[in-house]
Design a protein around this ligand. Structure first.
Ligand code: NAP
Length: 248
């Protein structure tokens, strides 16, 4: 599989979960894969795992996507080393759920900062280069919760809805320079993020999914590979749901 041969791809929040699956598939597709995540220990372990499945170049950085200076430094280093950035996947995300009447301002701020501001910071940092290159692909990880809303997730829903609107605006700004920006809106995917949900809540959600099962991180990675590849060269500004039919 060489769909991404010679492409340089950055994936945020890629030490585990959906981000790791994307990194693994991109490595198999022969991209140079650069992964970012908070924990140095987890990033080093992820780089080691990726190196065991592919002989492509893998590189890891520990970074918080909300740290503008650190992200700027890392992206500069990547450009110096590899000469270009073809693909950015803004995947890092967190939840801090609670009913909005009782939601702490700090929980609102934390979720909006990582999910929405982090996406803005990383996009802004690659945009100058991608516009100059006259090519690039940016994929933002939204959620069906950003389309449907969800009781107990006002902060998360606002951040993901914001990502969808942000994606459309960036797509409009960048389209004439051949830089495509799309969003993916997963439903319920088996990762540590959803493992925290109780069996009762999971059973309730499964009932709402026409396909009667949760998705796997690999399902999302496959969609991401398509959107990042030249097969999707006329698709921009879109939000593609991947949810077993939960939202239609
Ligand atoms: P996950 O298993 O919790 O993985 C997320 C990764 O992002 C973690 O390694 C986390 O590191 C990292 N991260 C968190 N804050 C960060 C920051 N400020 N800077 C850099 N990295 C950071 O989550 P997931 O389920 O794979 O979700 C990935 C993305 O898909 C998220 O944007 C999520 O909202 C979205 N999504 C997930 C689902 C689902 O059902 N799983 C559904 C819809 C959308 P730490 O462990 O150190 O926090």
């Amino acid at each position: 599989m060489s769909h991404l041969k010679d492409k340089v791809a950055i994936i945020t929040g890629a030490a585990r979960g959906i981000g790791f699956s994307i990194a693994e598939l991109f490595a198999k597709a022969e991209a140079t894969v650069i992964i970012l995540d908070i924990s140095t220990e987890l990033i080093n372990a992820a780089v080691e795992k990726l190196e065991s499945v592919s002989s492509t170049t893998i590189c890891g950085f520990s970074a918080d996507v909300t740290d503008e200076d650190r992200i700027g430094e890392i992206f500069k280093q990547i450009i110096q080393q590899y000469g270009k950035i073809d693909i950015l996947i803004n995947n890092a995300g967190i939840t801090k759920d609670g009913l909005l009447m009782k939601m702490k301002i700090s929980d609102w701020d934390a979720v909006l900062n990582v999910n929405l501001k982090g996406t803005f910071i990383c996009t802004q940092k690659v945009s100058r280069l991608m516009l100059k290159q006259r090519h690039g692909v940016i994929i933002n990880m939204a959620s069906i919760i950003g389309i449907m809303g969800n009781a107990g997730q006002a902060n998360y829903a606002a951040s993901k809805g914001g990502i969808i609107a942000f994606t459309k605006s960036a797509a409009k700004e960048f389209a004439s320079r051949n830089v495509r920006v799309n969003a993916i809106a997963p439903g319920f995917i088996k990762t540590d993020m959803t493992a925290a949900l109780s069996d009762e809540i999971m059973a309730k959600y499964s009932d709402l999914i026409p396909m009667k099962r949760m998705g796997n991180p690999e399902d999302v990675a496959n969609l991401c590979l398509f959107l990042a590849s030249d097969s999707a060269s006329y698709i921009t500004g879109q939000t593609i749901t991947i949810d077993g039919g939960m939202y239609m």
